[in-house]
Design a protein around this ligand. Structure first.
Ligand SMILES: [Zn+2]
Ligand SMILES: [Zn+2]
Length: 172
């Protein structure tokens, strides 16, 4: 009983901290928008919140499918243009993907990615050794470096587990 209580209290605390964290990011987002003269409309806020709620680095299409449930009149074009604007002012990041569609990331702090070549999952991870990799001098001389990211390509655990069954579907 006591253990159960603590487990529940722990979960609630986790949830509170998560909400606080999200709220902080939303405030940062609003400040940044205003700084760039971009009005914080309910639609823009809804799009940003949808991105925050997803850890899957969604494409514009994935964001649109979620947002249209709440805003049925919003077009794909609006969602797409909004995401590009967000990326322009630096509140989100575009993510390299091998499927062609741009994917988006709300985590603009330095981090690295695991790419699953089967299901297209992009998974965040942090590593201070990778953060510390030096950029070669000849690159710094000719190229204004804004950031760096290590991408590890491979097959995620879910796809590895199902590989015996799904092998024939592999196409990348
Ligand atoms: Zn996978
Ligand atoms: Zn990421």
């Amino acid at each position: 009983m006591v253990v159960r209580f603590f487990a529940v209290a722990g979960k609630m605390m986790e949830k509170c901290m998560e909400e606080e964290y999200t709220q902080g990011l939303v405030e940062q987002f609003m400040q940044r928008c205003r700084g760039y003269g971009l009005k914080v409309t309910p639609q823009r806020l809804a799009i940003y919140r949808k991105l925050l709620a997803s850890s899957e680095h969604p494409s514009a299409d994935a964001v649109y499918k979620k947002i249209v449930q709440k805003y049925p009149t919003m077009s794909f074009d609006t969602v797409n243009r909004t995401l590009l604007t967000f990326a322009d002012i630096g509140v989100i990041d575009t993510v390299e993907s091998h499927s062609g569609a741009k994917r988006y990331d709300t985590d603009i702090a330095p981090h690295h990615h695991l790419h699953c070549i089967r299901c297209g999952a992009i998974i965040d991870f942090c590593d201070s050794d990778l953060d510390a990799i030096a950029i070669p001098e000849r690159i710094i001389r000719n190229f204004t470096v804004l950031g760096k990211r290590v991408i590890i390509r491979g097959i995620c655990p879910q796809c590895t587990d199902g590989s015996a069954v799904h092998d024939d579907h592999e196409n990348s």
